[in-house]
Design a binder for this molecule. Sequence first.
Ligand SMILES: Cc1cc2nc3c(=O)[nH]c(=O)nc-3n(C[C@H](O)[C@H](O)[C@H](O)COP(=O)(O)OP(=O)(O)OC[C@H]3O[C@@H](n4cnc5c(N)ncnc54)[C@H](O)[C@@H]3O)c2cc1C
Ligand code: SF4
Length: 570
Amino acid sequence: MARRLQETDVVIVGLGAVGGLATLPLVEAGLQVVGLEAGTWLSRHDFVPDEIRNNTRDWPMLVQKAYLERPTSRATAAQNANRVGGHPMMNAVGGTTWHYWAQAWRLNPWDFRVVSETTRRYGASRIPAGSTVEDWPFGYEELEPYYDRVERETGVSGQAGNVQGTIDPRGNPFEGPRRREFPMPPLRGTAFLEHMAESARSLGWKPFPGPASINSEAYDGRPGCVYHGFCNMGGCHVDAKSGPHVTTIPKALATGRLTVVTRAHATTIEVDGEGRVAGVNYLIGSNEYFQPARAVLIAGYTYENSRILLTSTSPAYPIGLSNNHGQVGRHYFSHHQAGGVGALFPFDLKSWYGLPAQGVAVDDFADDNFDHSDLNFIGGGNLWVMSDRRPISAAGVGSYGRISRNWGSEWKAFIRDNADRTSSSYIQKTTLPYETNFLDLDPAATDSLGMPVIRITGQFKENEVAIANYVMDRMEEWYGEAGAIEVTRGGAGMGAMGPSTHAYGGTRMGDNPETNVVDRWGFSHEAPNLGVLGASVMGTSGARNPTLTAQALAWRTAQHLAESWSSIVG
Ligand SMILES: Cc1cc2nc3c(=O)[nH]c(=O)nc-3n(C[C@H](O)[C@H](O)[C@H](O)COP(=O)(O)OP(=O)(O)OC[C@H]3O[C@@H](n4cnc5c(N)ncnc54)[C@H](O)[C@@H]3O)c2cc1C
Ligand code: SF4
C-alpha cells in the first residue's frame, strides 16, 4: 500500500535537461514543486578525466534504471523486436546533461514550417510519402524569447549570425533572428578548426563556430572551460558545462519551494474520476509512495515519457493516459546518425586538448538553405568538425586502408605517426516522422520491476538516406579542400533506427487532438493538468541537436502553467 504524501502544487517526473530547467520558472512564480528523480545527486568530483571509465566502460550510461529498461528495437512491424545492448541516457539530478556534448542549437525557422514552406517552394508532392510531418503550431518567433531566456539562465557561448535581422558573417547567416548576442563569446578555436573554416570559405561556404552550453569564460559564478579533453561522455570537473544541476536547480532550491526526491522511480500517474491528473506513484527501493499534486509534468526523456503514459491506465484512459486518440507513441523519429565521414591529414591536428562542442559548422546544406528543386529529398544536414581526441579512441581510428591489418608493429607505427592526424565529422540531418515508425509497449520484455519496456519500431526512409548521401558528398568535398590524403565514409543504411540520444515524438505537440498528444503549450489535449516536457513533443528535428529547443519549450510550458494556473488546475 503506497504511503500518501502531502499534496504539492506541481510534481515533475525527472530532473534532467528539461525537468531540471522547468523547476525555476515554477518556483519563481511562487509554486511548490516536488521533483522526483530516479537517479542521485552527483558532483564534479564524480567525473575524473578517465577515458576507460567514462568512454570504454560507459560508466555514465550503465547506471541504475536507464540500463534496466533498455528498449527493444525492430525496423518494421512485421519483425520481432530485440532488446538493445545499451541505453544512452543517464539517471542523476541533471540527467544526461552530465555527460552530453553540450552543443546548444536553436532550430532554424524552416524547421517549424516544413510542410507549408516545402509546399510553397516546391509543391505538396515533395512531402515524402507516408510522412506524418505537420507544421508546428507556432513559428520560430514564438520560441525566440524562451531560447533567449534559457541561453541567459543556463549560460550559452556562441557567435550570433543574425541579430534582429542584421547578418553577422562571423556567425550562422541562416539562423533565425535573435534579439541579442549570446551571453558569452564562442569557445576558442584551434589552428586546425581555423584551417577547416578557411577551406570552407574557399569553397564559397559560410563556416562559423557552433553554440555550446559551456562557459567560454567565467559566468554566473562558474568558471570557464579549461579544454581538458575529457568532455565527451564525461561530466565537467570544473562545472563549466551548464546542466541544470549547476544552474537552475540550485537557484530553485534556494527559494525553499523545490523539494528534490532522489532515487525516486515514478511508475504510474493517477487520475481522478473526471480524468484529471491527481498525482504520481513512485518507489524508493521497495517502499511505495503516492505524491498528490495539482499538476504533473513528465520529463523522463522520450522513451520514458511515452512509457509512463502507456502504463498509466484507468477507466478514463483504458489504453494509456492521454491516449484516447491513440496518439501516444506515434510520430516517433530520431536523428539519422549513420553516414559519418572521416579524414586522414598529412599533418598533426593538435587536437588533444578539446571537446566535441568546440568546432566549426557549415549550415549551407541544412534545412532549406539551398535549392532542392532538382534533388530527391527535402531537408539536409549541418556539417560539424570538432576538436576532440583521447588516447584510447585515437588508437582505434583504423588505418584508412594504408596498412593491411590493425595490429602488430606496422599498425603500432601507423598509430604513432597518425594518432593526431585524423578527423571525424558529425553531421546532424533532418529526419521526418512516418506512419510506420512508432513507440509502443513491448509485449514480452520487461524492466526490473516487471513493467514493459518501450518497443521502437523505426526505419530511416528514402528521404533520410538521400540526405545522408548528399551531405556525405559535401563533407568529402570539404575535407578534400582542406588537404586530406584519405577520406572514408559510412553507409547511409535503412536498418532499424534503434534507441537514440536524439529521440523525438511519441507525445507530439499540435493543435489537432486527432494527431497530437499535447496542445501548443505542452499540455495534454485530454487531461488538462498534465504537461509533457522534452523532445518527445517536437514534431521536427531540424539538422541540429535537440536540447536547447526542448529546454526553451520546457520553460514556456512551465511559465504557461504558472501564468494560467487556475484555468489549468481547475
Ligand atoms: C553522449 C551524449 C551526447 C549528447 N550531446 C548532445 C549535444 O551536444 N547537444 C544536445 O542538444 N543534445 C545532446 N545529447 C542529447 C541530450 O542529452 C538530451 O537531448 C537531453 O538530455 C534530453 O533531456 P531530458 O530532460 O528529456 O532527458 P535527460 O536529460 O536524460 O533527463 C531525464 C531524467 O529523468 C529521470 N527519469 C527518467 N524516468 C524517470 C522516472 N520514471 N522516475 C523518475 N525519474 C525519471 C532520469 O533519471 C533523468 O535524470 C547528448 C546525449 C548523449 C547521451
Ligand atoms: S572540456 Fe571544458 S566543459 Fe568539458 S569537461 Fe573539460 S572543462 Fe568541462
